[in-house]
Ligand binder design. Structure first.
Ligand SMILES: [Fe+2]
Ligand SMILES: [Fe+2]
Length: 185
């Protein structure tokens, strides 16, 4: 069960960063420019590397294929929905990156655009995580054998090394702690 537990823990980290993003979007709307642009850059890197390449990579490359093999429908079932939502998430991150570039270039309305895409991303990902935690993961825990779950766990470690590397993983967790204390306490 370690494989699924690891994904749940990553969801907790993602939810925390979404709360930080909400605060940053709020302040941006009020002020037009970010208090600290590095924080926005850090978050955007986290959403691209940790969330999309690493976490969604583990789900798309390993968990979903294992579920399909166990008989869970892809196209008209929960896996298809999850894949579509990952895709929508990518689009939101791209829009946030574009809006952030426009904010830095001093183009009016960009902060409002950023905040809109940020809120789309927050609500998309929060409900996506709910579905995975409450529907898809319990399904995986019921339907996948101990051996498959152990293989997944090894595969997850491999993806993590390939996509972010051990040192960077630690750095992301430090970054989350720092942002949490700056914005949520
Ligand atoms: Fe997902
Ligand atoms: Fe997930």
């Amino acid at each position: 069960m370690k494989a699924i537990q690891d994904l749940r823990m990553e969801h907790d980290a993602v939810r925390l960063t979404l709360k930080v993003l909400e605060r940053i979007a709020q302040k941006l709307e009020q002020q037009g420019t970010p208090e600290d642009p590095r924080h926005v850059e850090q978050l955007l890197e986290f959403f691209t590397v940790f969330v999309d390449q690493c976490h969604h990579g583990k789900e798309e490359e390993l968990l979903f294929p294992a579920l399909e093999q166990a008989g869970v429908a892809r196209d008209r079932g929960p896996i298809g929905v999850m894949l579509r939502e990952h895709e929508l998430g990518r689009e939101c991150v791209k829009k946030m990156k574009d809006a952030f570039s426009r904010i830095k270039a001093g183009i009016p309305q960009s902060a409002t655009d950023f905040a809109r895409s940020a809120r789309d991303y927050i609500s998309l990902l929060n409900q996506h995580i709910e579905k995975e935690n409450n529907v898809l993961f319990p399904m995986a825990e019921r339907q996948l054998s101990e051996a498959t779950l152990a293989e997944l766990s090894q595969g997850f470690d491999r993806i993590e090394e390939q996509k972010i590397g051990i040192g960077k993983h630690e750095a992301f967790h430090k970054m989350i702690d720092q942002l949490e204390s700056d914005y949520l306490k």
